[in-house]
Ligand binder design. Structure first.
Ligand SMILES: Nc1nc2c(ncn2[C@@H]2O[C@@H]3COP(=O)(O)O[C@H]4[C@@H](O)[C@H](n5cnc6c(=O)[nH]c(N)nc65)O[C@@H]4COP(=O)(O)O[C@H]3[C@H]2O)c(=O)[nH]1
Length: 926
C-alpha cells in the first residue's frame, strides 16, 4: 500500500517534535548539573580563602611572639659590655634568664660573628657548633642594613636532631658591628600539630612553606612532606571549574581538584596554604547525573509514547482509508477479471470444441493406422492384476494375422492365451511386477499362435493415464522377432557349437573349463579333464570317405554324451579329438568308471551307412588342482597323457604324471637341438646292405640316418625322426639325406657296381606344403653325373593312406627322373593293392615283424609267401627286412623273396666300412 504524502509529512513532524523535546530536556539537565557543580566549587574556594586567613593569622601571631623575644635578646646582647659580649657564661645567663622567655615551648641560641654556637637558653651544648653554613646566618651576616627577623630553611637541628626551622635576628653592638645571630629553632611538629587541630574536615590540607618552596609543616602527612618542595601546589591559583574539570572529576571517580588558597606571612619568607576539596562534589555530581538521566528517560518515554500515540492514531485512520481504497480497487479488479475470465472461458470453449473435433479426427486416423500397422497392438484394461490379468479390449489386424486369433477370440480374455510351455516364466513375472507398478516396460518373450506354433515377440507395454494421472489401460506393441532370434541363435551356435556333432566347440569348452577351474578354486572341489582321440579314425576316413568319417564322429559324440552326467561337459575340439570335463568328483573311482565306460562304448561296432566299423579310443586324464590349475597346462597334460595312451597300444586311458611332463620337456629340448644339428654337421648316413638272395651279392644299400648329439651321444632315428616330422625339420634333413645318398651312390656306382642302388627313407611330411624339391634333386644327380635309378625312394603305407593328387604327382615326377619306388613296412597297414599299380611301385619291403617269427608253415610264412607271390604277380620285387638268422634267410629264399636285409648280413655301418664290404666282393650268403 502506498503511504500518502501528507501522512508521511505528519509523521516526520511528530518525530521532529519528539526529538526537540528530548534535546531541550537533555540541555536543561546538563546545564543544571554543571551549575550545581560550579556552585559547590565556589563554596569550597570561599572556604579555603577564609580558612587560610585564619591560619596565617595564627602562625603570624605565634612567630611574632617569638620574634619579640628574639628582638629582646638581640638588644640585650648588643648592650652587654664588650668583655661580656664574648663571655659564654654571661651570654648563657642572659639567654636562660626567666624573664627573658615569655614562653617555654621554644629555646634560643646565640651564634657568634664567626658562625660558632656560643650558648643556648636550655641545657643543650651548642658551644663551638658550626652554624656558619646556615642560610639565616649568612643572610644576617651579609645584610647588615636589614635588621628584620629572618626565617631560615627548615632542617634537622644540629644538636637537637629535631625537625626545626629558625626564626632569627642580627645582633649588633652599639656601633653597629655584627656580633652574631640570635636564633630560635622552632619545632615544626608544633606548627603541624596546630594545623591538624585546626582542620575542620579530613580532606582539608594546610601547609606552612618557606619561600624557597620547602615545606616546614603540613597536616596531614607532616613527616613525609617536611622539607619537600611544595611550590607546585602552594603557588597555584584556584582553577575556574569547566566542563573538562567536571569530566576529570567523573573519570577520576571523585579525586577531583581542590579549591586552594595561600597567603604569605607578612614580613617573613613564609606562605600558608589551605586546600579544600569541594565537599561531596563528586557524589553530588553522580547523584545529579543519575537524577538528570532519570528525568531524561522519563522525558524520552513520554515523548515516544506521545509520538507513538499520535502516529498510530493517524496510522489507523490512514489504514482504514487505504483499506477502503484497496477494497474499491479489488472490486474493480475482480470485475475486470471476471469479465476477462468470461472471455477466456468463451475462447476455451471454442478451442475445446475445435480440439475435440480434431481429436475425433485423429482418433479415426489412429484407429485406421493401428489397424494397418505391421506391428501387433493389443490394448488391455489396467486391472485386475490377479486371476489371469487385465482383459483385452482391443487388438489390431496385425495381431489377428500373426497370432491366428480373431478379435472375437481374444476380446474379454487375458493375454495369458498367448503363453505356452517355453514362455520365460521369470520374464513374465518381471512384466507382472512392472504392470502392477503401472510402469512402462520392454520385454522379449516366446508367444504361441492359435495353432500352437511358437514365435518370438519383442514387446513394449505402456500405461495409458487419464487427466488425473490414473492408469486406465495398457497398450502393448509387439513385433515378431523370430527371424532375428533365429539368426542370433545361429551365430551363437556357429561360434560355440561344433556343427557336426552339436557338441560345444573348442572355444566354448575352453570358456566353460575356465569357469569350472575358478569355481573349484573357490569351493575347493576337483575336476578331471579327459582328452580323447579316436584310434585309426584317419584310416576310416580315408578308406570309407569323409561322409562316413563325419557319421562316425557324430555317433562317437552321442555315445560320449551318454556316458557322462548332467553336470559333466563334453566337447569336440577338432578332428577326432574330444574333451570331457568331469566335475563334482569325490574320488578317482568316478573318473575310472567314466573312462572305462567310454572305452567300452567306443569299442562297440559303429554302423555307418552300409559299413560296420570298429574303432577304439585313447584317453589322457589330468586332474585339477592336483596337476595344475592353469587351463593351458591342463590341456597340455591331458594331451601328453593321451599320446602316452596311444604309444602304449591305444584303447586305454592314462593319467598324466610328472614324468610325462619331463619327457615332454626333454622332447622339446631335443626338438630344439634338432634345428641346429644339421648346420653343426651332427648327422651321418649309415648304410645297411641289401643282398640279392639268389646270388648273395650286395646290390643295394639302405641309407639310415644317425644323429651324434654332442651331449647325449648317438640318438636313434626312431626317436628323432617323428620329432623332426612334428617340427618340420624333416624337410631339410630329407634334403640333406638325398644329397649324401646321391653322392655315395654316384661314387660307388663308378667304383664298384654301375647298377648299385641306395634306398632313402622319405617322410610323408616331405611331400606336404611345397613338397619334394624335385628340380633340386634332379640337378644334384646331374651335377654328380649319375642317373636317377641309383636312388630308391622308400615311402611308407602312411603316405599311401594320405595319398592326394599332389603326392601322386610328386611321386611320378621322381619316377620320371628315373628314381625307383619302394613301399616300406609292407603288410602292417591298410595298403591298397591298386595304389601299388597306380604309383608304379618297384619294391615292397616286408616288415620285419613278419620275418622275426618266421618258421616253416607258420602263419607269417604263409603271409610272406602270399605277399611275395602277389608282388611278383604285379611285377614288383620283394625285400625282406630284419633278417637276423640264416634260417630266416633260407626260408625267405625258398619262398622266392628277391632281396634280404638284416643283421644277419650286417648292421647299418659307416660309408667307409660299407665300402670295404663292397671291395671284398665277398658273398655274404651263409
Ligand atoms: N631289430 C633289427 N633291426 C634291423 C635289422 N636290420 C635292420 N634293422 C633296423 O630296421 C630299420 C630299418 O629301417 P626302416 O624300417 O626304414 O625304419 C627307419 C626309418 O623309418 C627311419 N629312418 C632312418 N633313417 C631315415 C632317414 O634318413 N629319413 C627318414 N625319413 N626316416 C629314416 O628310422 C627307422 C629306424 O631306423 P634304424 O634305427 O636305423 O633302424 C633300421 C635298421 O637299423 C635286424 O635284423 N633286426
Amino acid at each position: 500500500m502506498r503511504v500518502p504524502y501528507q501522512y508521511r509529512m505528519y509523521k516526520r513532524r511528530v518525530f521532529y517534535a519528539c526529538g526537540f523535546v528530548i534535546a531541550i530536556s537533555l540541555s536543561l539537565v546538563a546545564w543544571k548539573i554543571f551549575s550545581s557543580y560550579i556552585d559547590r566549587e565556589n563554596i569550597a574556594r570561599e572556604q579555603s580563602r577564609t580558612f587560610v586567613h585564619a591560619i596565617e593569622a595564627h602562625v603570624f601571631h605565634s612567630l611574632q611572639l617569638i620574634d619579640l623575644s628574639l628582638l629582646g635578646f638581640s638588644n640585650a646582647l648588643g648592650l652587654l659590655p664588650p668583655a661580656e659580649q664574648v663571655s659564654v657564661d654571661a651570654i648563657k645567663r642572659l639567654l636562660s634568664s626567666n624573664g627573658s622567655l615569655a614562653r617555654s615551648d621554644y629555646w634560643v641560641l646565640f651564634i657568634d660573628a664567626n658562625g660558632r654556637g656560643v650558648a643556648a637558653s636550655n641545657d643543650l651544648s651548642v658551644a663551638g657548633t658550626d652554624y656558619s653554613d646556615r642560610d639565616y646566618f649568612r643572610v644576617h651576616k651579609a645584610n647588615g642594613a636589614a635588621k628584620a627577623a629572618y626565617v631560615g630553611e627548615p632542617d634537622f637541628g644540629r644538636v637537637s636532631r629535631k625537625r626545626v626551622f629558625f626564626l632569627s635576628r642580627r645582633v649588633e653592638d652599639a656601633a653597629g658591628r655584627f656580633l652574631g645571630v640570635i636564633a630560635a629553632p622552632i619545632e615544626a611538629s608544633r606548627i603541624a600539630s596546630m594545623f591538624r587541630h585546626a582542620r575542620f574536615r579530613d580532606d582539608v590540607v594546610i601547609k606552612l612553606v618557606h619561600e624557597n618552596g620547602k615545606t616546614i609543616a603540613s597536616a596531614p602527612s607532616f613527616e613525609e612532606n617536611f622539607t619537600k618542595d611544595a611550590r607546585h601546589a602552594s603557588h597555584r591559583g584556584p582553577e575556574k571549574p569547566t566542563m573538562s574539570t567536571i569530566y576529570s572529576a567523573l573519570v577520576s571517580h571523585g579525586a577531583g581538584k581542590p579549591a586552594s588558597a595561600s597567603r604569605p606571612i607578612d614580613g617573613l619568607p613564609l606562605i600558608v596554604t589551605v586546600e579544600v576539596f569541594p565537599e561531596g562534589n563528586y557524589q553530588a555530581l553522580i547523584t545529579d547525573i543519575k537524577a538528570g538521566g532519570l528525568i531524561i528517560l522519563v522525558v524520552i518515554a513520554l515523548a515516544v509514547t506521545t509520538a507513538h500515540f499520535a502516529i498510530t492514531s493517524v496510522d489507523a485512520v490512514t489504514r482504514s482509508r487505504a483499506a477502503i481504497l484497496k477494497a474499491e480497487r479489488d472490486v474493480e479488479i475482480r470485475v475486470t477479471q471476471r469479465t476477462a475470465n468470461l472471455h477466456d472461458a468463451n475462447r476455451r470453449l471454442q478451442d475445446e470444441v475445435e480440439e475435440r473435433k480434431e481429436a475425433a479426427e485423429r482418433l479415426t486416423l489412429f484407429e485406421k493406422c493401428l489397424a494397418q500397422l505391421s506391428d501387433m497392438v493389443m490394448i488391455t484394461e489396467s486391472y485386475p492384476l490377479t486371476s489371469g490379468g487385465p482383459r483385452i479390449i482391443f487388438v489390431n489386424n496385425a495381431f489377428e494375422r500373426q497370432t491366428g486369433y480373431d478379435s472375437d477370440d481374444v476380446l474379454g480374455r487375458t493375454p495369458r492365451i498367448l503363453q505356452g510351455p517355453r514362455t520365460d516364466r521369470a520374464e513374465l513375472s518381471r512384466i507382472r511386477d512392472c504392470v502392477a507398478r503401472h510402469e512402462a516396460l520392454k520385454a522379449e518373450l516366446i508367444n504361441y499362435r492359435k495353432d500352437g506354433s511358437e514365435y518370438w515377440v519383442e514387446m513394449e507395454i505402456v500405461p495409458v493415464r487419464d487427466k488425473n494421472g490414473e492408469c486406465t489401460q495398457f497398450v502393448s506393441i509387439q513385433r515378431d522377432i523370430t527371424d532375428r532370434k533365429s539368426a542370433l541363435d545361429l551365430i551363437w551356435k556357429q561360434a560355440n557349437i561344433d556343427s557336426l556333432t552339436g557338441l560345444p566347440n573348442r572355444q566354448m569348452f575352453t570358456a566353460h573349463f575356465g569357469h569350472q577351474i575358478k569355481s573349484v578354486a573357490r569351493s575347493g572341489g576337483r575336476l578331471a579333464l579327459m582328452f580323447l582321440d579316436l584310434d585309426s579314425f584317419k584310416e576310416i576316413n580315408d578308406v570309407y570317405g569323409h561322409d562316413t568319417g563325419d557319421l562316425l564322429l557324430q555317433e562317437a559324440g552321442n555315445r560320449l554324451k551318454a556316458c557322462i552326467r548332467d553336470c559333466d561337459f563334453v566337447g569336440r575340439i577338432g578332428g577326432d579329438e574330444f574333451t570331457i570335463l568331469l566335475t563334482d568328483l569325490a574320488s578317482n573311482s568316478g573318473i575310472e568308471r567314466v573312462a572305462q565306460e567310454i572305452l567300452a562304448v567306443m569299442s562297440r561296432p559303429f554302423q555307418l551307412h552300409q559299413h560296420t566299423v570298429f574303432i577304439s579310443a585313447s584317453i589322457g586324464v589330468t586332474l585339477c588342482p592336483d596337476d595344475s590349475s592353469v587351463p593351458g597346462d591342463l590341456f597340455k597334460n591331458a594331451d601328453q597323457a593321451m599320446y602316452v595312451a596311444k604309444s602304449r597300444g591305444r584303447n586305454q586311458y592314462v593319467y598324466f604324471d610328472q614324468q610325462m611332463q619331463e619327457q615332454a620337456q626333454t622332447k622339446m629340448r631335443t626338438a630344439s637341438d634338432l634345428r641346429t644339428a644339421l648346420s653343426r654337421g651332427e648327422f651321418e648316413l649309415y648304410y645297411q646292405p641289401i643282398v640279392n638272395l639268389a646270388n648273395g651279392h650286395v646290390e643295394k644299400a639302405e641309407a639310415l640316418i644317425r644323429w651324434k648329439h654332442p651331449e647325449k651321444g648317438m640318438i636313434s632315428p626312431a626317436t628323432f625322426i617323428p620329432l623332426a616330422e612334428d617340427t618340420g625339420t624333416i624337410v631339410s634333413i630329407g634334403d640333406w639325406v638325398f644329397g649324401e645318398a646321391a653322392r655315395t651312390v654316384a661314387a660307388w656306382r663308378s667304383r664298384y657296381r654301375p647298377d648299385f642302388q641306395v634306398s632313402i627313407n622319405v617322410s610323408p611330411v616331405q611331400f606336404k606344403n611345397s613338397g619334394i624339391p624335385h628340380k633340386k634333386w634332379v640337378a644334384t644327380l646331374e651335377s654328380l653325373g649319375t642317373t636317377g635309378d641309383g636312388i630308391v625312394v622308400e615311402i611308407t603305407e602312411r603316405l599311401l593312406l594320405d595319398v592326394e593328387d599332389s603326392v601322386r604327382r610328386q611321386l611320378l615326377m621322381l619316377r620320371e627322373a628315373g628314381m625307383k619306388m619302394s613301399l616300406d613296412d609292407f603288410g602292417t597297414g591298410y595298403s591298397s593293392l591298386s595304389y601299388l599299380k597306380k604309383l608304379n611301385i618297384d619294391f615292397i619291403k616286408i616288415d620285419q615283424s613278419f620275418v622275426s617269427a618266421l618258421a616253416m608253415d607258420s602263419e607269417d610264412m604263409i603271409l610272406c609267401e602270399a605277399m611275395i607271390a602277389m608282388a611278383h604277380k604285379l611285377g614288383l620285387k620283394v625285400v625282406a627286412e630284419g633278417i637276423e638268422t640264416a634260417a630266416q634267410c633260407s626260408l625267405l629264399r625258398t619262398i622266392g623273396c628277391d632281396f634280404g636285409q638284416g643283421y644277419h648280413f650286417s648292421k647299418p655301418v659307416r660309408a667307409s666300412l660299407f665300402e670295404e664290404l663292397l671291395q671284398s666282393h665277398s658273398a655274404l650268403m651263409a
